[in-house]
Design a binder for this molecule. Sequence first.
Ligand SMILES: [Zn+2]
Length: 256
Amino acid sequence: LTSSASNIEAHTTPKEEAGINKDQGTSKGPGYQEALHSRWADSLDFTRLATELAETGKSFYSRGWVLGTSGNFSAVITREPLRLAITSTGLDKGCLTPAQILGIDGGANVVIGNGRPSTEAFLHLAIVSSVNAGAVLHTHSVWSTTLSGMHASRGGIAFEGYEMLKGLKGVRTHEHREWLPILDNSQDTHTLAQIVTKSLSELSEIHGFLLRGHGLYSWGDSLQEAKRHIEVLEFVMEVLVRSAQEPLPSSLSGVI
Ligand SMILES: [Zn+2]
């Protein structure tokens, strides 16, 4: 948490949203004051993240990546205890608002706001726990749906030779080979979360994965980094699908 006490004092709305009574703080001990400040800061972080997640949703919708209420987004509010800001289920991402973002705990129970969290919340929690992600974003693009079906028998797609890959964390050259695994889809999100956890423990270098016939998951240390990773992976997937109509230059690889 980076907010100072003075910054926290300057904001009354999140404090009120957190259900903290101003008068309570003056009559309790220092530990109580610290706890109050911590809650105010968490509330400020939630408000900021909810706003940013809503903006991300609208941006991705405009790109055609989260149509028909598909897709879901989350960001870590605190790690101890684990709290995620996450989209409610079944929303039109084209008009997503901060009020439609919920806070959940490590068991996907709602602790901030009203509504049901995304049905894929357990996948978000599994990714956050496995790779210590600060944010997890999930899209259902035409490109990911197409490629995840066509490449399923190979277990994934290898991208190599694309300058855009340098937008992925830790990638310094277009010669990088990025492996994007494809996992079988399932409506049993608990089992799917276990499969994701196992895959991430075995494939530490990846920046995302596909669910077959479903969509893309990516993540980052921050929401900004996760957004950049989605943009890079969606870009190279779109290139691969579109280039199926034209032969790829020999320097670019990816079989379709
Ligand atoms: Zn999905």
